[in-house]
Design a protein around this ligand. Structure first.
Ligand code: ATP
Length: 378
């Protein structure tokens, strides 16, 4: 199988920079997911690796060999667009055998390889059927079989499950991941579905406007977002992000706690947070920050606590296994925008809209970003 490396890769279409100076190393046998909103450059990057787009700048290496000038056929990688894209007039056997017949492989070798692939995918009993007599999941396996039969160095998959219904997609995630593990095949999988990315990837590459925002394990990109973009892109409901200013306590609270350390005041609200010594040292002289906390890291109560803040409930969304509570903190007088905090709670926690609740933040789960660069600080 293969290592894939991109060095300073750039691809433009007129004024659009589809890939912007991208550096990336994908390890042998790794399952990497390209994730990002529509138009961020995922497909273009995949097509460049496959040899279907020519980069304007930068290099692509497969197993240490520069492949910029190699044709797609000579790169020895299989590109899977969509699991439904089978030849309808051919049987399952002939669909899988197609790439080998195209290169005029001997018949006995074709038979042997199709047999092996069909056995791995557990579709031996369907080899005489036409695609119209297969379920969505079976079609996916046949499409994979057609890609596997050539024994490529890597699989590149562009939203392959986009045509499957929601339930089947969830089943297919597990199956595809299991299969990839079994084959030990280096795989790049493109999606804009974060659930798919979190459940399947060894590492996720998050892209935005042609640039790589962050690469890491699902846990890393979820728990330690490096930019505001990643913070708000990963997670549903999204992370709460509120502008804040580092100020002296005395200016904010009638009864300042002992000590002179500055606090973070959330703009247009009466909420402020103590900052730890470590946070203060990383913040340095910066004072305009973006405060972030995930809805599951909010602590809420219907009863007053010793610490924390009081604010009215704006909305309650009961989603079955959890409730999402919007808490009203204030309003921007210039734009009229509401400053809300969302909390994810147990379904039994159902306060009334308009009633006050008490809330606090899990201090270890607070994220702070520089408001200018939108990069993480602490
Ligand atoms: P999606 O999830 O919608 O498929 P994507 O992240 O895969 O999006 P790309 O298809 O790589 O994004 O496109 C990146 C940018 O390059 C977009 O702005 C797109 O409009 C532009 N683009 C892609 N292909 C071409 C092309 N052949 N000609 C002109 N612009 C293009």
């Amino acid at each position: 199988m293969a290592e894939i490396k991109l060095e300073r890769l750039t691809k433009r279409f007129g004024d659009v920079v589809a890939i912007n100076d991208m550096n990336l190393e994908i390890h042998d046998q790794e399952f990497v997911v390209f994730l990002g909103p529509s138009g961020c450059g995922k497909t273009t990057t995949l097509r460049a690796i496959a040899g279907l787009e020519h980069p304007d700048e930068g290099d692509i290496f497969i197993d240490g060999k520069r492949v910029n000038t190699l044709s797609p056929a000579d790169r020895d990688i299989a590109f899977v667009f969509q699991f439904y894209a089978l030849y309808p007039h051919l049987t399952v056997y002939d669909n899988i055998a197609f790439p080998l017949k195209a290169v005029k492989a001997p018949k006995s070798e074709i038979q042997e390889r199709v047999k092996v692939v069909a056995s791995i995918l557990q579709i031996q009993a369907m080899l005489d059927r036409k695609p119209s007599h297969l379920s969505g999941g079976e079609m996916q396996r046949v499409a994979l079989g057609r890609a596997m039969v050539r024994r490529p160095k890597a699989f590149l998959m562009d939203e392959p499950m986009s045509n499957l219904d929601a339930k089947l997609r969830v089943n297919m995630r597990t199956e595809l991941k299991r299969l990839q593990h079994k084959l030990g095949a280096t795989t790049i999988f493109v999606t804009h579905d974060q659930g798919e990315a979190l459940s399947m990837a060894d590492r996720i590459v998050i892209m935005h406007q042609g640039s790589l925002q962050q690469i890491g394990t699902p846990q890393e990109v979820y728990n330690q977002p490096q930019t505001v973009f990643v913070a708000q892109f990963m997670g549903s409901p999204a992370m709460n992000l509120i502008n804040g200013k580092v100020q002296s306590q005395a200016a904010l609270t009638p009864d300042p706690i002992k000590g002179e350390e500055p606090v973070l005041h959330l703009t247009h609200t009466d909420v402020w947070l103590k900052l730890s010594a470590a946070q203060l040292s990383r913040i340095g002289r910066l004072d305009e920050l973006i405060f972030g906390i995930r809805p599951e890291h909010m602590i809420v109560s219907k009863e007053p606590g010793e610490k924390g803040f009081k604010a009215p409930v704006h909305l309650v969304e009961a989603l079955g296994s959890v409730n999402i509570i919007d808490i009203f903190l204030g309003e921007n007088p210039e734009t009229g925008d509401l400053v809300l905090l969302r909390a994810r709670t147990h379904p039994a926690f159902r306060p009334d809209v308009g009633q006050p609740i008490w809330f606090d933040f899990d201090a270890k789960q607070v994220h702070l970003f520089d408001r200018d660069t939108e990069q993480v600080i602490a």
